[in-house]
Write a protein that binds this ligand. Structure first.
Ligand SMILES: [Zn+2]
Length: 145
């Protein structure tokens, strides 16, 4: 008889921003790792043209948000370029920012999953649970308490 460890077969879930190529609708998607490229059903139009944003697509959104907050102008008052006109070198920098953010989210999700799957003391107060979660999150990110 073969013994199977169920933990080896559990899917690892992630969350991420998703967008529909058909209608442009955006939403937060929960998906098993590896299924990012599968056509997701759009909750708005029902088509299967949804996909989780890539690191580069997220970087573009970060750039767009940055440019919007600056009113579309640099420190000299000149117009900021669009993502497509930003150039490979600058895009590469923003992709780096996007990678750091994605990595932090991934580590936080892993820490939260561990807390959710771990043993729980039902007598603990909500506040002490929150402190525990914060502490685990800081540990996962390699930050000091
Ligand atoms: Zn749609």
């Amino acid at each position: 008889m073969e013994i199977i460890d169920l933990d080896d077969h559990r899917k690892v879930w992630k969350t991420g921003a998703a967008a529909c190529a058909a209608c442009g609708h955006e939403w937060q998607q929960v998906y098993p790792i590896g299924a990012e490229d599968v056509g997701l059903e759009c909750p708005s139009c029902g088509s299967g043209h949804g996909s989780v944003l890539t690191i580069t697509q997220t970087a573009k959104r970060m750039w767009d948000a940055y440019a919007t907050r600056l009113g579309g102008k640099n420190y000299k008052g000149e117009p900021l370029p669009s993502w497509d006109d930003l150039g490979d070198e600058r895009q590469y920098c923003w992709i780096g920012v996007s990678e750091v953010t994605s990595d932090r989210i991934f580590k936080l999700e892993a820490a939260l999953r561990e807390i959710a799957d771990g043993p729980r003391d039902v007598n603990k107060s909500y506040v002490s649970l929150l402190h525990e979660i914060k502490s685990e999150a800081r540990k996962a990110l390699g930050e000091k308490e």
